[in-house]
Structures are given as C-alpha cells and as structure tokens.
Design a protein around this ligand. Structure first.
Ligand SMILES: Cc1cc2nc3c(=O)[nH]c(=O)nc-3n(C[C@H](O)[C@H](O)[C@H](O)COP(=O)(O)O)c2cc1C
Length: 505
C-alpha cells in the first residue's frame, strides 16, 4: 500500500438511513479490578465558620486544643488542614525549617509550603490559586485542593456557613486515584466547571471509577459568593444571564494531551435550567472529532431537560451522549451505575479498538439533507478522497442518482470508485463498466470528470484485524489496486427496500 489509509466514513443513504461508524482507538474506561475499590465506611465531616467544633460522622469534637476556627478571608473559606486530615485517618507533619506541611492520606502525599503557590501531589508540582497561611500556629487552606487530591467531596452551605466534607467509602488508594492529572496514558478526561464544588464532587467520582484524568475549567475572574447570588438582581450571574452576548473568559481551554483522549466527560452546574455558560468557551473552542462526549450536570432540583442537547449544539464535532443530571448528594453507586450503562468506546482483545456506532437518520431524501447528515458525522476527509458506491447494474438497477449525491461528492472533492463485478453482467469488464458509469451520469459528479474502476490494474491486499472475540481465518482482504491512491474513503450504500418476511415454523 503506497499510502496509509487514514480515514474512512460510511454513509448508507437512499432508504432513509444513514449510518456512521467512527474509526477511532478506544479503551475500556472501567477500573482494572475490584481491588482498586476496597470498601471502607464513608465519613462525613462538617466545619462551620467561627465554630471551634466540627462534627465527625455526627459527633461534635473540638477542632483542636487551641480553639482554631474556620475563617473566611478574601472570600475564601480557610480550614485547619491538620484537623481535617487527621480526622479522616491521614497524617500531618510540619517542618519548621522549610515551613512545609506534609499531608498523607492512604497512598497520596501532598506537600504544602507556607506562602507558596506551588504544592506537590505525589511529587508532581501543582499550582494553588491561594497560598497556605498560618493563623494562630495552624496551617489554613481552602479545602478544594486537598479534596481534589484525596478525592473527597465538599459541599458549602452559605446559609449556615458550613462546609461538609464527604470521604467516600471507596477511596482506598489505587493507581487510578494516585495522580490523575499526570497520567498521560489515560484515555478519558473529566472536564468540569464547579462554582461551589458539587459538580467537582461528581467529577471526582467519575475519575475515581474510570481512571480518567481531571481538568478544571476556571474563569479568569473567579466567582465570589456575591457573584453567584441569583436572588440579587444586580449580581454578576444575573447580569450575565441577561446578556445574550455574555462570554466568560477561562484561564485556559487547553486540556493537556487532549488528542490522547477518546472520551470527554464534561460537567457543570445547572444555571437557570441550562449548563452554566462558563463552559461555553471550552465547548466552542474544542475540536471533539473522533471523541465521545458525555455531558453531566448537578442542580438543586432542575432535571436535565434539553440542557445537554443545547450544550451539544454549541459545536458540530464529537459524538455526544444524552447526558446525566445529579443532585448534590450523588453517591458513588449512582455515578457508577450511570457509567456502566453508557455506550462508551471499548477496546478489543487485540489492543486495537472499536467505536460505538452512532446512527443518524433522515426521512428527507434530498441532496441538502444528505449533505446535512454527512456534516453531522464531523468527519473531515484528508487528501485524495474516494467515494465508494454501487454504479448500478443495467438495465433496471437501483443506484444512487447523481442528482441526489452530486452535491455531497463535490463537497468532499471525491472520486467515485467501484470495482468490476465478479458475477458477469454489464460491469464485469472495465470497458463495459466505464460505459455504464458514463450512462448513469456518474463521471459528471466525480473529481476531474472521471470515476475510477479500482481493480482496472489488478488487486492488492489489506490486513483484516483480529475480531474482538472468537477467531477468524481471514487475515487479509483483496481490494482494487487503486485503493492505494486514496487517503480517505466515504462509502455510500443503499437498500432496495426488500420485503422482510416473518416466518413461523
Ligand atoms: C446562578 C445559579 C443559577 C442556578 N440555577 C438553577 C436552576 O435553574 N435549577 C436548579 O435546580 N439549580 C440551580 N442552581 C443551583 C445549582 O445548579 C446547584 O447548586 C449545583 O449543584 C451547583 O454546582 P456547583 O457546586 O458545581 O457549582 C443555580 C445556582 C446558581 C449559582
């Protein structure tokens, strides 16, 4: 083969059905073994601003002997790190010389240095948006970084000024949870925005279960609690909600190693019945071609409605699944059950991968509808494009008429390709076949005014990958030698409307 066959799309048209088969590498998103999820009881901690006591699984205990209290400074809730980590069975070490705190929980180790925005999670440098500070001899920090690193869920109740930290039952340390942000081999990523950490909690559960990497979308100008007050008609969210040209700039939309991901979970809170507009910049600026996109959201009470559909409409690329809504107390089981039911790409036994098929259908049999449905595939053919079709056996054959497919063939600058038949008839020899092609008006829509009979100069073989399961004796396939001249192939197939009979024996 002189040229690699880079991409192939198939469209089945005419009898109202168009099928698209993605051809991208998938991998399984499920954890490798149950050992990664050894169970321990869920723990719940609550801490309240100004309150020297916290609750651990419902029991009130002093935060420490010095009367340390959680505080709000510069609109950030700062919690005493030692009390939280020790309460859940972790350890805390303080090095006065380097002013460094080392937090260990299960197999994960966080190093924080006072007044430094660089922290380390399992030796990987991370940037904090707030430096750790010492207040009354205690290291204080917003809980978000620690929660993300240790896979805790954090809820904030503004009315009672209470932080609830949930330590899931299944956070026994595992490879999947050790250092998600540095795992470049993972094939799924959870991209999310979370204003008050609820969506982040679900994102963490997805990542813990699937081994996905995580990527947080952060607005350049973070939202304060006043900004988020939708009951105040002068608040930032209300101003943005009322502005049809709103645009929230993100720190970055550039997910590291983004090409390596097959599945993109994308999550945000529901704001006024829709996915928060904070993620729009990411959706609009990302090419999801070849990826399965799985929207999820959290809300107080609103259902998913059409919100995921509206989100998907902000881009033309990617295969978007239906999406899922979670409440603020989503459990691991709920998240896992949802993931188990998803139609996600899977890998086969050979290490090569197969994509879940997405079926697009239209009952509008027109050139415009065919182009529209083709566009839905998000397929961008490269180089020399072949359009495979049946050229139609005279005298009374069904074949796709040039008037129907011409616009699409021209749009992709494609050459109509076909092989001679093996069963005799008017297309079994090249010269006869060329005449049929001309008679059927197919040269006229083909690139350079000339369709191509691919086996005119003999045949070549292409390898047939091993099946996902079972065995196959077919290891190669004979095709027309001209296939080597093309970089992309679109297959237009049609059904004749055969009567389907139901037989009873
Ligand atoms: C500006 C704004 C608008 C909201 N609109 C809705 C809504 O329409 N329906 C609803 O059920 N919850 C609504 N909520 C509540 C959030 O969707 C819910 O608390 C969500 O879980 C918060 O996620 P987060 O903590 O990840 O930001 C809204 C919250 C905010 C701040």
């Amino acid at each position: 083969m002189t040229k690699a066959k880079k991409s192939i799309a198939f469209i089945t048209a005419m009898a109202v059905v168009c099928l698209a088969f993605g051809l991208f590498a998938w991998h399984t998103n499920k954890p490798q073994g149950e050992s990664a999820l050894a169970a321990s009881a869920e723990q719940i901690l609550t801490l309240q601003i100004g309150n020297p006591q916290m609750t651990v699984d419902g029991e009130s205990v002093n935060i420490d002997d010095s009367g340390t209290v959680p505080v709000i400074i510069d609109e950030r809730t700062l919690l005493p790190v030692r009390a939280v980590v020790e309460a859940v069975g972790g350890t805390v070490e303080w090095d006065g010389d380097t002013r460094t705190t080392t937090l260990t929980y299960k197999n994960d180790v966080i190093k924080l240095t006072i007044d430094s925005t660089t922290a380390y999670l399992n030796d990987a440098a991370q940037t904090l948006d707030v430096t750790p500070v010492i207040i009354n001899d205690r290291t204080m920090l917003p809980i978000r970084f620690i929660a993300e690193s240790f896979k805790f869920t954090v809820d904030w109740d503004g009315d009672t000024q209470t932080v609830t930290i949930t330590v899931p039952a299944n956070t026994e340390s595992s490879d999947a949870t050790a250092a998600p942000n540095t795992n470049t081999t993972a094939k799924s990523v959870v991209v999310y925005f979370s204003a008050t950490n609820t969506t982040e909690g679900v994102a963490q559960k997805i990542a813990a279960y699937t081994g996905a990497d995580m990527f947080e979308l952060q607005p350049k100008v973070p939202y304060t609690s006043d900004d988020l007050d939708w009951t105040d008609e002068d608040s930032r969210v209300n101003a943005e909600h009322n502005d049809s040209n709103r645009h929230v700039e993100l720190v970055t939309t550039d997910v590291p190693n983004r090409d390596s991901y097959d599945t993109v979970y994308i999550g945000a809170p529901i704001w006024w019945g829709e996915f928060s507009w904070v993620i729009d910049e990411f959706v609009e600026n990302t090419d999801f071609t070849g990826k399965t996109v799985v929207p999820f959201c959290t809300s107080m009470s609103s259902g998913l409605g059409d919100s995921a559909k509206h989100l998907a409409e902000k881009t033309t690329t990617g295969t978007w699944l239906a999406g899922m809504r979670f409440g603020s107390s989503a459990t691991d089981e709920q998240v896992q059950e949802w993931i188990d039911g998803l139609d996600l790409p899977t890998s086969n036994s050979t290490g090569t991968t197969a994509a879940a098929s997405t079926v697009y259908m239209t009952t509008d049999i027109t050139p415009e509808a065919l182009v529209e449905i083709y566009d839905k595939l998000g397929f961008e053919p490269e180089g020399n494009v072949a359009v495979k079709m049946s050229t139609g056996e005279p005298p009374n054959s069904n074949y796709l008429r040039p008037e129907l497919i011409g616009d699409l063939v021209k749009k992709v600058d494609g050459t109509i390709v076909e092989c001679n038949t093996a069963y005799g008839g008017s297309r079994s020899e090249t010269e006869m076949h060329k005449q049929v092609i001309e008679d059927h008006g197919l040269n006229a829509i083909s690139k350079d005014g000339k369709a191509d009979i691919m086996d005119e100069d003999g045949s070549m073989t292409i390898p047939v990958p091993a099946p996902a399961s079972g065995t196959s004796t077919i290891t190669e396939d004979y095709v027309g030698a001209h296939l080597a001249n093309y970089d992309s192939l679109i297959s237009l197939a049609h059904f004749k409307g055969q009567v389907i009979r139901l037989l009873r024996w």
